[in-house]
Design a protein around this ligand. Sequence first.
Ligand SMILES: Nc1ncnc2c1ncn2[C@@H]1O[C@H](COP(=O)(O)OP(=O)(O)OP(=O)(O)O)[C@@H](O)[C@H]1O
Length: 939
Amino acid sequence: MITVWITSEAGLSQMHLPKYENKPFKPPRRLSQVGSVRPNSSTAKVTVKRCVGNLAPAPLEAKGAKKLKCESQGLQDGRKIYTVVHRKPSLKKHKTWDGDGYAISKSLNTFSFYDNSGKFIANSVYADEQEQLFDHIFKAASLELQLDYEITDAEERREAEIVLGKPDNALKGQDVSEATSKRQAESIRQTLCVTAEKASVSNIKAEQKRAFSPMLRKSKGSEASSMKDAKLKPKRNYSPLFDVSKIENPVVMNKARDADIDVIVDPLISRHLRPHQREGVKFMYDCLLGLARPMEPSSATAMTDVTSKSLVLEPDADIQGCLLADEMGLGKTLMTIALIWTLLKQTPKVSQVPCSQHGVPLQGLCQKVLIVCPVTLIGNWRREFDKWLNLSRIGVLTLSANNTAERDKYDVRNFLRIQRTYQVLIIGYEKLLSVSEELRLGKDSLDLLVCDEGHRLKNGASKILNTLKSLDVGRKILLSGTPIQNDLNEYYTIIDFINPGILGNYSQFKKRFINPISRARDPANKFNEVAVQKGEERSSEMIQITQRFILRRTSSILTKYLPPRTDLILCCRPTEVQISAFRDILQGAQLDLTNLNFNSSLALITLLKKVCNSPTLIQNDSFYNSKLQEAKVLNKYNRALNSGKLKVLMALVERIRNGTDNEKVVVVSNYTQTLDIIENLMRSADMQICRLDGSTQAKQRDSIVCSFNNNPSIFAFLLSAKSGGVGLNLTAASRLVLFDNDWNPSVDLQAMSRIHRDGQKRHCYIYRLVTTGCIDEKILQRQLMKHSLSQKFLCDSTANEGHADDDLFSKEDLKDLFTISCETLSNTHDLICSCKGNSEISANDNTPTVKQAPIKRAATKLNHWQSALEARRLIEQSESENNNEKISLMKRCLVGYKHIDPNIVNDLMDPVATEAFQRVSNDISFVFVKPGEPTLEVT
Ligand SMILES: Nc1ncnc2c1ncn2[C@@H]1O[C@H](COP(=O)(O)OP(=O)(O)OP(=O)(O)O)[C@@H](O)[C@H]1O
């Protein structure tokens, strides 16, 4: 006996069922397929009956037609309905069935067969009375058919009758002669408009779009026909693909009022999802289906409770796409894969897709998904599909880097044309244009577009963006660990791509948002309270609109899943050569300090950054060569270890190689020329390295990463932050040196998370090298401020890629960039703390932190008439308030860091750094260390 627990209104009850006999060739039917196996269903009893039927394919009394008793209630005329299975004839030893359907018998030996949509297949006669009826293989219409079980349950029978087109008086007067049956079947089909499996894909799509796309306008004709469908379509019972009562901690999607069934994430994948990932998958699903999400707290704990419940949500007609902007490493790829798999297999509107006779969808809401990503990530996506689903379950097509253009086109055409082989196409942004025509021709087959590293689409004029727009795919997911930039034009481009029209057209957007927000940001308006306030209002209005479909969580969520991480900021004293290079450059440049602006100073800033890395770099600098001829004294800079940072780097990597248990290191720089210098130095020290930068061919990237992760003799990985950072998994290394900083904190964060991510088993150490008292330190300070600010706004990192956002640079800030402080141990420490290099800032250190507060205070007073003296005093006061505010932002970011003057405190909280200091004590002037907390729970 088999014991089954049935949930009904009366609670759990135990049922004892006959043991399952596995009859040859018959696919077992799923218990949960039965429409009424739902918690609280009043039909639980009925279900059990049917379960018995399901589990016992050949009841004893049904052996042999002559012994068949007419036990079906209401079947006075003796006609019976059976479920059947069918297949094409095959010589294979182990045959399987292709599909299922129904059979109706009028007399004891004449049967009419129908497929599961009610379409007549053929009649056949059971003549071989030696064989048991249920073992008999009928042959008709080029098919082999076998009876499975007789439908005796009233409800199931009613369902079958509906499908077969004979409600109520089902089967009465049915003539089994072939001609009549054909006519009937034809009329059944016409009347019911049953969505047969063979129905054209475009019809099905049209139906889906009508049902799920509030954005898509319905033509009058289609509305009329859908009303007709609704009237004619018989009401059926439908069942979810998974029985939620049998899944531990299921993820159940929210639904619209008119949903037929619950959509439940396959437990195969949902059991791996962490709380924030469960919420992320539901968030994206709601957006794609245009469901208005309730505003809820975004803390991971609050999320856990709701993800296994299905809320009924109102439609949000403006939304059909989303931006998942979680910080790197939070599992955006996994969340997207979970969603894709769900949408490929399930739909809440089962009535609009082919479904089994038990109302389980045989087709999902989506059939073809296009993923576009940087070419470097194609392999990673494929591996993740394999890791979470296994590639035998899902057809994932990637366009190989080795393919010819013709082969790519052929592959894309086939992907879009052939139904079943592949469901997902992954393509690099770089290749998109070469197959754009093929994609456009087959665009109607695409149901979902995923754009990884979606911030690449921020340029409205980009051909890639316009190609993607021309595909006209309604449902879109943009993934980006880099928050959408501060530039409102770019912001508009991306948002309008995800959900066209949601921010109005461009000129409306400009008027309503860009103008007032830019005015408020303009440093010239900082005393204009009206402008500042209006800007803030519009800014929050914009955020309110967009947060309906933007989700951003920070990587702090990951802390408990990863090993600890210690962060060290090492201030490296500039060498004499560097100081003289700075002096030469600044004197030669003859800066006009009163008319500075960021853009005109950019070349000089870049030059100073290069000197911080190594003065050798300036010999190839075009600005230096064209503008600073007179100051050119190159030879004196041309020594190998001519920068403080290079000296410290070499001391560190020596210690990592010789003083640790085979730990590996990643060294990251924004400049390939800097990587050249580092590569030379490390190779001369007999270190085996590999390197990935912008010049590395796409097809080589994967193998470089693999060999680093797997070959124990490769010690170091040199990485160019911008060209190779995203998506790489370098967990073989547990130490990472950021040789220079980018203005944009997220570029550096991206780089750091290459080693501190899932799969990492060791304690990680991140070393940031900054040249003491120089532009390096100023960039670090700016990063710290921005990082604090970006926590405040959902998707406002206030940074552009590759350069700073000059609207937030005051003249004072710019002057500060060109100031070199040779005497200081750390300019940053001087700003934020007065300790002697043996202390730290506690979280309770309460300097003013609200960004606008000081400006408002000064502005309020300045709005009235006052004397010139008073005005000047207030402006000075306001400047100092702003300064305090910057300092407090920096402090906030450095909470938890110990301040260490290594000449006072010997222990740098990392043996490698401590020993390196002993070798190059003169070159490390100050250290900030944030020791890694012990991990609570590592999975
Ligand atoms: N729930 C999980 N359990 C185990 N490993 C996980 C889980 N979620 C994600 N990972 C792993 O963590 C790593 C990072 O995940 P993923 O690449 O999806 O993050 P991401 O947010 O896309 O990051 P990035 O922006 O860096 O690409 C992957 O190796 C992934 O397999």
